[in-house]
Design a protein around this ligand. Structure first.
Ligand code: GAP
Length: 440
């Protein structure tokens, strides 16, 4: 089994990620985060929020609507330009993106309808990736709305609102975590390219630069913040490579973009992005809305349109990169070396044997105490070795065993996931012990 198959299988078996709508035969490219998956996802989204919103004074949070006035997407350029070049085989009617045809050399490959024929690719057509729907009961062109394809625009549209509630000097940023939707033509590779995805984005507003050095300074600061994030969250930095997007290949709004690519088992592909969006978005929204979106610069005494540096992180790709970075096989055991802050359970509590009332009562008591402070799981199935292996596979950093010694001296065994080393600790000092480890 290759690594991706192992990860997909572990995710399903242990409740991290299930195929979406499975009892109805599934739905292409749809996945549900199970009880452990949602814990991991919430853990790193909370870390992100703490790191970029709570710990800083220059960034404020937002949670804007998913469905916005259609003019937003006209102004942003998505109605006109958020499309992929698509070609359809005239025989079997499969549709593929041009870059996929090139990458896998499908130009010359056999048609799905007939083994004797090659694909006969039609003209390139632009296919808009936004999901369209209608608002209200009338379905005509005046009621068309789109599911947002990026969270970014909410932050531009609310720029003035945020600024008037929270007057700030430049530079300052707005951060948002939320779902976005893209009707991707070519999906696959598990969580890599989804139609329903989630993003963590920051729009960082800076003064209009007088020289390139003025915006580069902020761009470089965000570049280093993004490298630090890999460490915070436990993504293997050796597998991350920067890719400078050349002129002509960048999104319409960007003067510079760096992709942070990850070495997935299926190739080196985008994980995150960092872009200098200039004043494109605020200018366009000012033009299309007719509202004044300028910022009054108190020092210069003039009104200006701020420029924007945008670091962006995909939630689903973060999830995938974390799992790929933490999956290890060690003899018979499989372990996820998740950072303790990311692990779905921090602690597992076991009674040494499951049929001794005294041990069980003591273990249950400790379990409830720990559970009130940390995400903790109880396990009394099978033998202790199997329980360790089972917790290793879902990344639980510490297992606590209550045994006969505990009754005598109020101490327990704490076993470390990565080293498998065991130490004895007094029950009364356990909370402090784990709190310190998690803080670190
Ligand atoms: N606001 C800028 C923006 O949306 P993007 O590069 O199109 O830029 C940002 O998307 C991030 O969102 C990507 O780096 C990636 O992590 C994630 N992402 C984009 N499309 C995705 C998809 N179809 N499935 C999963 N994640 C995706």
């Amino acid at each position: 089994m290759d690594l991706m198959d192992k990860i997909v299988s572990l995710c399903k078996r242990r409740g991290f990620v299930y195929p979406g709508s499975e009892i109805y035969g599934g739905l292409s490219n749809s996945w549900d985060f199970g009880p452990l998956g949602v814990e991991v996802k919430n853990n790193f989204k909370n870390l992100w929020w703490r790191n970029f919103v709570h710990r800083r004074e220059d960034i404020l949070g937002l949670d804007s609507a998913l469905i916005m006035n259609s003019k937003v997407w006209e102004a942003s350029g998505h109605v006109e330009g958020f499309s992929d070049p698509l070609r359809e085989c005239q025989n079997c009617h499969i549709r593929l993106r041009q870059d996929v045809i090139d990458e896998f050399n499908f130009e010359q490959s056999t048609c799905l309808k007939s083994k004797d024929k090659k694909h006969s690719w039609g003209e390139i057509k632009q296919f808009n990736l936004m999901f369209k729907t209608h608002i209200g009961s009338v379905e005509d062109s005046s009621t068309i709305v789109y599911l947002r394809p990026e969270t970014a625009q909410g932050m531009f549209v609310d720029f003035k609102n945020v600024l008037s509630s929270f007057p700030r000097n430049l530079p300052f940023g707005i951060a948002q975590i939320g779902k976005a939707f893209r009707n991707e033509i070519t999906t696959g590779n598990f969580l890599f390219r989804l139609r329903e995805l989630e993003q963590m984005e920051i729009e960082y507003f800076i003064s209009p630069p007088k020289t390139d050095a003025d915006w580069l300074k902020h761009f470089e600061l965000w570049r280093s913040e993004m490298w630090k994030w890999f460490e915070i969250v436990g993504i293997d930095k050796d597998k991350v490579h920067e890719h400078e997007i050349p002129d002509g290949e960048r999104a319409h709004y960007s003067k510079r973009t760096i992709d942070f690519e990850f070495d997935y088992p299926f190739g080196l592909k985008e994980l995150y992005g960092l872009a200098y969006r200039t004043d494109f978005d605020l200018n366009r929204h000012q033009d299309y809305s007719g509202q004044d979106l300028s910022y009054k610069d108190s020092e210069a005494g003039e009104s200006i349109i701020p420029h924007v540096i945008e670091p962006t992180w995909g939630v689903d790709r973060t999830f995938l990169a974390i799992l790929l970075s933490s999956y290890f096989e060690d003899g018979k055991r499989v372990l996820l070396k998740l950072k303790p802050q990311i692990a779905p359970y921090k602690i597992a509590v076991f009674p040494l044997v499951a049929n001794k009332n005294e041990l069980i009562a003591k273990a249950k008591d400790l379990y409830l105490r720990l559970k009130s402070k940390f995400t903790t799981v109880w396990d009394d199935r099978g033998n202790i070795g199997k329980r360790y292996f089972s917790q290793d596979e879902i990344g639980t950093p510490w297992c606590v065993t209550i045994d006969y010694e505990t009754i005598k001296d109020e101490s327990v065994t704490v076993r470390d996931r990565d080293t498998t080393k065991q130490i004895r600790i007094k029950i009364d000092s356990l909370t402090d012990y784990f709190a310190k480890l998690l803080d670190g």
